[in-house]
Design a protein around this ligand. Structure first.
Ligand SMILES: Nc1nc2c(ncn2[C@@H]2O[C@H](COP(=O)(O)OP(=O)(O)OP(=O)(O)O)[C@@H](O)[C@H]2O)c(=O)[nH]1
Ligand SMILES: [Mg+2]
Length: 361
């Protein structure tokens, strides 16, 4: 039984004054029963919807209407209709995206110390992150499927550059195979979720889509390897949009659920919150070390380190410099973690991040 004190407009007749007739058509497409006491902002957003010239703008206006509309029993039906309309329009955008890009294949050549791919659902802020931590200028917009092709940028972390690759969103059935090929080929993944949307759903659907493409995101403890056709990819979970209300509580829940298996970092690309943490965690995830070499009697050039996988030795470093060099050098000296201040070290010495090595021939 309806609350008798609430007044409703029943749009049952098209014999209305012109302006109302226009409204009637809009309402008819969204709703047949409209609560009368909607705030003025809702009417404004509805006007935006009416005037929208393309589907992304329509989605934007409908989402605004959904945010503004008061949440009570009297608006249940209208909210349901708005959600269905949004989901239908998003479906249209996806279909258009798939049909317009069919057949195109992209790949990104590796550059810098490592290549890391930004992965996630639509609108989570992948492109915004790329634009904030590199000099790349991707298109950033508040509607889904803005990014259609990969775009790379270099992210500086202390004395190295890490390549970041922005990709189109991962959505079941709508992501083209080349997007997964880029992920498979990369050294790690930054899985981005939106703390202000439904990050659990986003994470699970992204995991699901990756699994279908034989990619298994893993946390700190495992190395990339092939196993029964699955590619294990080191992954860092980035919880973006931490600047928005209520995001801290959501982040805490995500950390509880996923923190044991993955590093989980809260950040805001837009407000520049925690960007240094993101860079540090990205570096840690890659499991690489930076080693500088030094010529006897000369200062060290700290700005161009060799980048090696953790666990590599002096011998591996010598091979990297030149294949003949391994045979040529007689001994090496090391400056590094506090106990080393120019001591001689054996070629089997396992290098650590920040070591400085001086080869003697
Ligand atoms: N408040 C807030 N908004 C953000 C943040 N990061 C991104 N946004 C906004 O979220 C919207 C989507 O950002 P994009 O970077 O285009 O998202 P995307 O994940 O690349 O989206 P697709 O390309 O469609 O997959 C834009 O309006 C951004 O300005 C953030 O940290 N805080
Ligand atoms: Mg994008």
């Amino acid at each position: 039984m309806r609350n008798p004190s609430r007044s409703y407009i029943f749009c049952t007749s098209s014999r209305l004054p012109t302006d109302n007739a226009v409204k009637f058509n809009i309402w008819k497409s969204i709703d047949s029963v409209m609560p009368a006491n909607l705030p003025p902002q809702y009417i404004e957003a509805e006007k935006e919807y009416r005037l929208a010239k393309n589907t992304p703008d329509k989605i934007k206006a409908l989402e605004a209407m959904l945010t503004i509309i008061p949440k009570h029993k009297g608006t249940d039906k209208l909210r349901g209709q708005l959600r269905r309309k949004i989901s239908k329009l998003k479906g249209e955008v996806r279909k258009k995206h798939v049909s317009s890009k069919k057949g195109q294949i992209y790949s990104i050549e590796k550059e810098g110390a490592a290549q890391v791919v930004l992965v996630g659902s639509a609108n989570v802020g992948k492109s915004e992150i790329l634009s904030r931590v590199t000099k790349a200028s991707p298109e950033v917009a508040d509607y889904p499927f803005t990014t259609r092709r990969p775009l790379a940028g270099m992210m500086r972390f202390e004395n190295i550059q890490i390549q970041l690759v922005d990709t189109p969103p991962v959505a079941a059935g709508y992501t083209e195979p080349w997007v997964f090929s880029i992920m498979r080929n990369a050294d790690g993944l930054l899985l981005v979720v939106n703390l202000h949307a439904d990050p659990l759903e986003e994470l699970e659907s992204t995991f699901e889509a990756l699994k279908k493409s034989k990619i298994l995101p893993v946390g700190k403890m495992q190395d990339d390897k092939l196993n029964q056709g699955l590619v294990f990819k080191r992954t860092l979970i980035l919880c973006n949009k931490s600047d928005l209300d209520g995001s801290y509580e959501v982040y805490e829940v995500l950390k509880d659920l996923y923190g044991e298996d993955f590093p989980v970092v809260s950040m805001s690309a837009k407000e520049g919150i925690n960007l240094d943490e993101v860079k540090r965690h990205t570096f840690d995830m890659l499991d690489i070390i930076r080693v500088c070499t030094k010529v006897p009697g000369k200062p060290v050039d700290m700005d161009s380190p060799f980048v090696l996988k953790r666990g590599r030795t002096i011998q591996d470093l010598a091979e990297r410099i030149h294949k003949d060099f391994v045979r040529k050098f007689r001994y090496a000296k090391i400056w590094g973690a506090e106990k080393y201040k120019g001591q001689m070290v054996h070629k089997d010495y396992v290098l650590r991040d920040g070591d400085i090595i001086e080869f003697h021939i």
